[in-house]
Design a protein around this ligand. Structure first.
Ligand SMILES: Cc1cc2nc3c(=O)[nH]c(=O)nc-3n(C[C@H](O)[C@H](O)[C@H](O)COP(=O)(O)OP(=O)(O)OC[C@H]3O[C@@H](n4cnc5c(N)ncnc54)[C@H](O)[C@@H]3O)c2cc1C
Length: 403
């Protein structure tokens, strides 16, 4: 079978699915090919990790009809950042800064459910799943992709190929694009637990010598926990019995939220970052984790990838409105140019955060303390910092703007 499309998206993870939804009524022939079957329990990234969604992401997911009144997202109203052993802390309170909630917290599984439900309503989009891209060949004015589903193979031709296929991107490799990688030699153990005091929209991020720990509000007294540990200890810490595990968490986090209880299933994720040396090639563009993968401590990965997708959707809609070529080199160059400042700032922010906060070198520690004090006390600085965390950085896609 040989099919002809305007846009073929490889990878229906959080970013690829969002892009497909944003393009459904753009007047383009769009297909989404995903290796996993379209079920939330079979999709690798629709899992137990708890996502902090920045304001821009929440606005966009609402505008795209992914979020509605039933979405169990908990608004994030206050953030407390501290480091064990350092003086001072940064306290951000959205209301006090005259801002709406900074964003929302939602398990990735719930976001996956919402995306799959919304994908089911897409009238124009062609969904091909399970289907794995196994060969890519540039041809005249298009790219040809071979998709494999069990024993069946089909060839699809598209004027634009979008690689939304995650950190180990097949698309990126097929185009021979190198990637710079850093292994942090750390793992994030993700679970939920019950706190003695309700978090009430309050998130905590605490840095320690052995790695950062984050506590995220999930409603009532449930909280999402991200506990970073040296990679070599991850399996042992994850397998501790409940009492021993909670003792480790208290030792790292302290008692700000009272006594912890009832930890859930614990899943370790090895932490690494990756930056593709280029994000486009003739008739191909990379978005989301395929373009860059960041340490989760800054809670930026999906937020950044969604902004890639929203910007691309905006440019493709403009092109479709005047019957332009979706794979036009000038369009792809505009995408790369528009995304560059956000990509650069967000990837270095996430990396610097891990290195600066993980370092116990005395001058750095003093600087950090000064920085904490300044940020906590200087209102305009704090507001600017908060707005950047909410996703207002670079050229913000229109769907993400405050309405
Ligand atoms: C512990 C943890 C906590 C996190 N917390 C946050 C947070 O709070 N906020 C935030 O913004 N981000 C967070 N992130 C990052 C976020 O989860 C990722 O950035 C996001 O999931 C990336 O989505 P993606 O769609 O680009 O890639 P992926 O989720 O990796 O999806 C790629 C998809 O492509 C498919 N695929 C791969 N190869 C092929 C192929 N050859 N053919 C067809 N399909 C293919 C895969 O099956 C998969 O579905 C966190 C990450 C971790 C690990």
């Amino acid at each position: 079978m040989n099919e002809s499309l305007d846009v073929l998206i490889i990878g229906g993870g959080l970013v690829g699915a969002s892009l497909a939804i944003a393009l459904d009524d753009a007047g383009l022939r769009v297909a989404l090919a995903e290796a996993a079957p379209p079920r939330v329990d079979l999709q690798p990234s629709y899992d137990e990790r708890n996502l902090v969604l920045a304001r821009v992401s929440v606005n966009a997911l609402e505008a795209l009809g992914v979020f509605d009144a039933t979405t169990p997202a908990i608004p994030l109203r206050r953030i407390h950042v501290s480091r064990r052993g350092d003086f001072g802390a940064v306290r951000l309170d959205a209301e006090a800064l005259g801002l709406p909630p900074f964003g929302a917290v939602l398990p990735a599984r719930e976001l996956g459910n919402a995306l799959l439900r919304r994908l089911d309503t897409c009238a124009q989009l062609v969904r091909i799943a399970p289907a794995q891209a196994v060969a890519i060949e540039p041809v005249a004015d298009a790219v040809e992709v071979e998709l494999r589903s069990g024993d069946t193979r089909r060839r699809v031709r598209a004027r634009l190929l979008v690689g939304a296929d995650g950190t180990e991107s097949f698309v990126r490799n097929a185009f021979g694009i190198e990637a710079e990688r850093r292994d942090y030699a750390q793992s994030a153990i993700v679970t939920t637990l019950t706190t003695e005091r309700p978090l009430d929209g309050h998130a905590y991020e605490r840095f320690t010598d052995s790695g950062p720990v984050a506590l995220l509000p999930l409603g009532d007294r449930r909280a999402g926990l991200v506990l970073t540990v040296p990679a070599a200890d991850a399996e042992v810490v994850a397998a501790l019995d409940d009492a021993a595990f909670l003792a480790v968490v208290h030792e790292r986090f302290g008692w700000r939220a009272g006594r912890f209880a009832r930890p859930g299933r614990r899943k370790p994720y090895p932490l690494a970052c990756m930056l593709a040396e280029r994000t486009s090639a003739p008739r191909m563009v990379l978005v989301g984790n395929a373009a860059q993968t960041v340490h989760p401590i800054g809670a930026q990965g999906f937020n950044l990838g969604l902004r890639d997708a929203l910007t691309l959707a905006e440019l493709l809609r403009e092109a479709a409105a005047c019957e332009g070529d979706p794979g036009d080199a000038a369009l792809l160059a505009r995408h790369v140019e528009r995304r560059a400042p956000d990509r650069e700032a967000t990837t270095s922010f996430s990396d610097d955060l891990v290195r600066l906060m993980g370092n116990d070198f005395l001058p750095l520690r003093a600087l950090r303390t000064l920085g904490f004090h300044a940020l906590d006390r200087i209102g305009p600085l704090k507001r600017r910092f908060a707005l950047r965390g909410m996703g207002y950085r670079g050229d913000v896609p229109a769907l993400g703007l405050m309405r």
